[in-house]
Design a protein around this ligand. Structure first.
Ligand SMILES: *Cc1c(COP(=O)(O)O)cnc(C)c1O
Length: 217
């Protein structure tokens, strides 16, 4: 485990899939990790990180950004409207756009701020009640609505159900992205990023395999 091993495995998975290694971006998911572990990965030269809570990210990334140049921060957890402004100021990409209300809020703030992070539409591919994300049947319509609002939608994101074969969900997400003319595919975590790469992932979100198990907190 660790950054170098994950990078090696990503390169191998890309080779296997006949893809260039630079077509896959590794998002190191640093949520709930002690700062010392995050700093060690920054020291190794990695700059692309993911967090799933706006408030937690706000507490550590402004400092890290002052000390390390070129940090790229991705929000991979749910976004509430009342945190949208802070999120848009802090993050370079938001992977969890999943409903009309948050899309409209982001569009309004993008006008105000004069900039907008890259956006991914989260899809609830397993149609799980407890999970966020737009339902598969609503994806085409929702992507069209986001485009009507001039939002920079770069791709789709999913978190497969824990007890199902992830490849089926990755393949479904890839198909939905292709028919909507979207190139970005945010899929694959510690346990399944190689499968995701085989099915076209452009962004893999890897936490525990880089940093070690998350410390309960
Ligand atoms: C925590 C998290 C990850 C990383 O999970 P690991 O299994 O530790 O790699 C990826 N994506 C999302 C949305 C997460 O919340």
């Amino acid at each position: 485990m660790g950054l170098e091993e994950i990078k090696t495995r990503i390169a191998a998975a890309c080779k296997e899939a006949g893809r260039d290694a630079d077509t896959v971006s590794l998002i190191a998911v640093s949520k709930v990790q002690p700062n010392a572990r995050v700093e060690a990965v920054l020291e190794q030269g990695h700059r692309v990180f993911g967090e799933n809570r706006v408030q937690e990210a706000q507490g550590k990334w402004p400092d890290f950004r002052e000390r390390f140049e070129g940090v790229e921060l991705h929000l991979i957890g749910p976004l509430q409207s009342n945190k949208a402004r802070v999120a848009m100021e802090l993050f370079d990409a938001i992977h969890t756009v999943d409903r009309r209300k948050i899309a409209a809020t982001i569009a309004r703030l993008a006008d105000e701020l004069g900039r907008c992070p890259d956006l991914f539409v989260q899809v609830n591919t397993g149609e799980e009640d407890q999970k966020a994300g737009c339902l598969p049947a609503d994806v085409d319509g929702f992507v069209a609505e986001c485009r009507m609002l001039s939002l920079p939608v770069k791709g789709l994101m999913c978190i497969p159900p824990v007890d199902e074969e992830p490849s089926l969900h990755f393949a479904l997400l890839a198909k939905m992205a292709a028919r909507n003319g979207l190139e970005g595919l945010s899929m694959g975590m510690s346990a399944d990023f190689e499968q995701a790469i085989a099915l076209g992932a452009t962004h893999v979100r890897v936490g525990s395999a880089i940093f070690g198990a998350r410390v309960a907190g």
